[in-house]
Design a protein around this ligand. Structure first.
Ligand code: PLP
Length: 478
């Protein structure tokens, strides 16, 4: 394929859009410019391939396809069947999973599918049994009452939010925290690492139906073999949400005890973070949960998005190629170089380093809140996000941490030398930012000052760092 094809494809697409609503075409073009110019260190973002992006922009979007491959509630789904079956096959092969369900629209939706599948599989409820075998009309009022009470009173044990867990693992702002009676396990206050003995203790006391492993802001490997043993010891179903690190599993950086797929009963993920596919979700599971998982739509999901499943098939095919394993190992090399660069300059890191794609800086070491640090970095052309640290004194809004990750910059081709320079830029900005005060003289958690000349200088240095690594080099919209 000529590289020119990519350029022609996107230019033509914008020309067609411009004829209808030029402001949308302009915004799409402006987004490419912004993404090209910013030093993107957001740990959950990436750059999908042109093939993945193009697979989404077509008439598959028009098709309704409720049901599963070969068993649809709509006619004329043979082409949707082709792409859904391909995406599922690539997912099974890539992760060595018995079953893959590729319909979830996002990571949260994948978790909802998994929660329902586990509840339906595990909760001993005669009413539910009736409902499941399609005798819904035979259910009495008392059955419905029992069903709601039984399903609504189950227990979930997951990683605490400030230790790096996710909202969907039973926390109040998410429906999971309203559906489940939740308890969480944290990390050791000294080392910042998961203390498996404490997890086992919590599991023995709490007897969860579901033990959840996985995180969005924990910079270390997790031993899924040990978590599975803990789940087994209390009869819990072991679920892993690998939304953040699926790319490291796909690229065989996390193997053996650190690969969740052979250990968990059910695994959920996004497809757009380190896995570098389209925005979406996916569920992998053991054979005994497959039937329940496949009921995701219409149980908790809207109709499948065939255009996104097509893009998932493309991205998963890319992830099965040998160069993806190389990409995944470079993500971790880069993140470790970034951590080293920060540590050697005196930064404080949660757990003292990283063995995955992300680094969590405790910015209290710079006398700043996460919010102040995030904004000062943004003024300097460096895009990160603030994040809680364990036992965060500043709460979930202001926070005391900055989370940075390397999947996106690694896709652009930056390497360990550039990571050291990135560490220098971050450290420079943070050491030269000062926390502000409120009108009454008390310290502000939001106000800060950074010399605009310094911010401009760092922003120029950040751009210079990116110049040798053009984003989508074959695409020229001018
Ligand atoms: C990002 C993330 C999600 C949510 O994914 P969405 O696609 O935004 O719904 C769920 N779980 C974890 C652990 C995540 O990191």
């Amino acid at each position: 394929m000529s590289r020119n094809a990519e350029s022609t494809a996107f230019r033509s697409a914008l020309e067609v859009i411009r004829a209808v609503e030029p402001r949308v075409a302009d915004a799409i073009g402006a987004e490419l410019t912004d993404q090209r110019e910013s030093l993107k260190l957001i740990a959950s973002e990436n750059y999908a391939s042109p093939a993945t992006l193009l697979a989404m922009g077509n008439w598959f979007s028009d098709k309704y396809a409720e049901g599963t491959v070969g068993r649809r509630f709509y006619a004329g789904c043979q082409n949707v069947d082709t792409v859904e079956a391909l995406a599922a096959e690539h997912a099974r092969e890539l992760f060595g999973a018995a079953h893959a369900y590729v319909q979830p629209h996002s990571g949260i939706d994948a978790n909802l599918v998994a929660f329902w599948a586990v509840l339906a599989d595990r909760v001993e409820s005669p009413a539910l049994k009736k409902a499941q075998v399609r005798q819904v009309n035979d259910l009495t009022e008392a059955d419905w009452f029992a069903l709601r009470r039984e399903l609504g009173n189950q227990r979930m044990l997951g990683m605490s939010l400030d230790a790096g867990g996710h909202l969907t693992h039973g926390f109040r702002p998410n429906i999971s925290g309203k559906m489940f009676d939740q308890r969480s396990y944290g990390t050791d206050p000294e080392t910042g690492l998961i203390d498996y003995d404490r997890v086992a203790e919590a599991a023995r006391e709490f007897k969860p139906l579901i033990l959840v492993g996985g995180y969005s802001a924990y910079p270390r490997k997790v031993n899924f073999r040990i978590l599975r043993e803990i789940a087994d010891s209390v009869g819990a179903t072991f679920m892993v949400d690998m939304a953040h690190f699926a790319g490291l599993v796909a690229g065989k950086v996390f193997t053996g005890d650190f690969d969740p797929v052979p250990h968990a009963h059910i695994v959920t993920t996004t497809t757009h973070k380190s896995l570098r596919g389209p925005r979406g979700g996916m569920v992998l599971c053991q054979p005994e949960l497959a039937d329940q998982v496949d009921r995701g739509c219409p149980m908790v999901l809207g109709g499948p998005l065939p255009h996104v499943m097509a893009a998932k098939a493309v991205a998963l095919a890319e992830a099965r190629r040998p160069d993806f394993a190389d990409y995944a190992s470079r993500i971790v090399d880069n993140s470790q170089a970034l951590a080293e660069g920060l540590l050697s300059r005196g930064a404080k890191l949660v757990t003292g380093g990283t063995d995955n794609h992300l680094v969590l800086i405790d910015v209290s070491g710079y006398g700043l809140t996460g919010r102040q640090a995030e904004q000062a970095l943004l003024d300097s052309g460096i895009v990160t996000n603030r994040n809680s640290v364990p036992q965060d004194p500043n709460g979930a809004w202001y926070t005391s941490g900055i989370r940075i990750g390397t999947p996106a910059l690694t896709t652009r081709g930056l390497g360990t030398a550039e990571m050291d320079q990135t560490a220098e830029l971050i450290h420079t900005v943070l050491t030269q930012t000062t926390a502000g005060a409120n009108a009454d003289g008390t310290p502000s958690k939001a106000k800060y000052t950074v010399d605009p000349a310094l911010a401009d200088k760092v922003a120029r240095q950040a751009t210079d760092l990116l110049t040798p690594f053009p984003l989508y080099p074959a695409i020229d919209l001018a």
